[in-house]
Ligand binder design. Structure first.
Ligand code: AMP
Ligand code: MG
Length: 503
């Protein structure tokens, strides 16, 4: 059967807020001034996606609704029933995509090219503007099979969904540029997986992303030698995501900068993504698609998240290299539209931009001022700090909390790691931290009673414990209270970060 004819039926609304007054808006979205649908992806043409049908799930139990994220796109007023119909049954949102679209892409997986990828268990469900006018996607995970499912069932395990929610909440608290989990609904099916005790419970997740255009989306058209659509994709990516970019090389430069910054944010958050394939990297440098992720207990460059990453290709310390390699693949895709002699030097700015971003985000997390006009000095301080963190095996998040505002004696002596900090390994780093002035207001924030005395962590043992409660007793208390605690932590950390520094 031919797929349902697809077209965005209503003209997209650009700029300005408006109230939805159409007949379509029979639910509370009608009252939402901040809901600004703006379907753009479908204009790229039929070569970019396949219209698909969502799965018909036997049961829908709402497990997580993210009203904080929903408020940014005007959807926080939905009743729970409306929420289930849009994010469990995928009834179209008003003036939005009438049919979900499975997106087409290829990618390098563990450095091997795979032309057999694409949205195999997800689709693009809707596009809209957020409060700051950014084009946002609602994408799914576990919403049913598509032409790209291969032998997969198109489903997401409940544990996988729980893990993605916990990862995104923690990363957001730490100021990392991440997709958000908007909704998690349990779907009442039994799944069989090799990496979870099976049968296991099922779920469907909706995420809020700033773009689903991946490096692999570009790679597909290079592979197909379809330079016309490659050009369309570039034009779309520039117009919607990097409107100031002046051409292919400048576009590459923006992506290199955003991805370098993301790598630095992961570093300063002690985060290991686990699967840095080119289909998991978007051209906005927003982190997404969380499978076997882990946070570091202590700084260890060899720490590897995915059990199937036998060579440690995507280990913590190799993430910057993995990103650099992926960006080279994006650069290749731009050769037919530009010139390698223009692209190569842009690509090669990555290491310096990663180092610079690492200084910015690390000093930002520590609430310390930069050394004006002396990036080398910042780089030395940051290296000393991470060097001590690695050698001493101090708790990663604990050390950041203890040293925020500049390694004050009064705070270090109260830490459970006090003895470690007085030892040899930390001496040079602590002396250098003390020379550095805190950003205005940080000292007061750190000394106030609300500043966390204890770090919030999201280590694998904690995640397993949260999951145990759900799996054994269907007890969601630990999951919900962890999210509350992480959000409170994020609010406090936000007070010590200089404006504009996210991590
Ligand atoms: P990921 O490793 O999650 O980025 O997925 C890699 C590819 O496998 C993507 O094309 C996914 O859509 C697809 N995929 C992963 N799990 C499933 C599944 N259970 N059913 C169908 N496709 C899947
Ligand atoms: Mg993926």
């Amino acid at each position: 059967m031919a797929p349902a004819p697809f077209a965005a039926t209503t003209a997209p609304h650009i700029g300005g807020r408006r109230k939805l007054l159409t007949d379509q808006s029979k639910n509370s979205i009608a009252a939402a001034e901040n809901y600004v649908p703006d379907v753009r992806h479908s204009r790229l043409g039929a070569e970019f996606y396949d219209p698909v049908k969502p799965a018909d799930f036997p049961r829908l139990d709402l497990r997580f609704r993210n009203d904080r994220a929903a408020a940014e796109i005007g959807l926080e007023g939905l009743s729970n029933d409306e929420w289930l119909s849009h994010f469990g049954r995928f009834e179209a949102l008003p003036d939005n995509l009438p049919t979900p679209l499975a997106l087409r892409y290829h990618g390098h997986q563990f450095r091997v090219y795979n032309p057999d990828l694409g949205d195999g268990r997800g689709f693009l469900f809707a596009q809209m503007r957020d409060r700051s006018g950014r084009l946002m996607d609602l994408g799914t995970k576990g919403s049913g099979t598509t032409p790209w499912s291969r032998s997969g069932d198109g489903r997401l395990t409940l544990k996988g969904g729980v893990r993605e929610v916990l990862a995104t909440e923690m990363l957001e608290a730490l100021g990392v540029n991440t997709s958000r989990s908007l909704s998690l609904i349990e779907t009442g099916e039994s799944l069989v997986r090799g990496d979870e005790p099976s049968p296991t419970r099922s779920s469907v997740l909706v995420r809020l992303n700033h773009s689903h255009v991946r490096i692999g989306t570009f790679q597909r058209f290079l592979f197909l030698e379809d330079h016309e659509n490659l050009r369309r994709l570039l034009d779309y990516s520039i117009a919607e995501y990097w409107p100031d970019a002046t051409g292919p090389a400048d576009f590459l430069s923006r992506v290199v900068g955003a991805v370098a910054r993301l790598g630095a944010q992961w570093f300063a958050a002690g985060f290991v993504h686990g699967v840095l394939n080119t289909d998991n990297i978007t051209i906005t440098g927003e982190s997404f698609d969380y499978g076997p992720w882990r946070f570091l207990p202590v700084l260890d460059p060899n720490f590897t998240a995915a059990y199937f990453d036998h060579q440690g290709l995507y280990a913590f310390g190799r993430q910057p290299d993995a990103l650099y390699w992926n960006l080279a693949r994006l650069g290749e895709c731009l050769i037919p539209l530009s010139d390698v002699s223009e692209l190569q030097p842009v690509l090669e700015t990555f290491p310096a931009r990663f180092d610079e971003a690492l200084s910015v985000v690390t000093l930002g997390r520590l609430g310390l001022k930069r050394a004006e006009g002396d990036p080398e000095r910042d780089h030395r301080l940051v290296s000393l700090f991470y060097g001590a963190l690695r050698q001493s095996k101090a708790g990663f998040e604990r050390a950041f909390i203890d040293m925020t505002g500049g390694a004050m004696e009064t705070r270090l002596s109260k830490s459970p790691l006090a003895d470690l900090y007085t030892g040899d390994v930390w001496q040079a780093a602590i002396a250098a931290l003390r020379e550095r002035e805190p950003v205005e207001g940080v000292r007061e924030a750190v000394e106030s009673s609300s500043f966390p005395a204890e770090p919030q962590t999201m280590l694998v043992e904690e995640v397993e414990e949260i999951w145990r409660g759900i799996a054994e007793d269907d007890d969601w208390t630990a999951f919900n209270s962890k999210i509350d605690a992480v959000r409170a932590y994020g609010r406090e950390l936000g007070r010590t970060r200089p404006p504009k520094v996210k991590c």
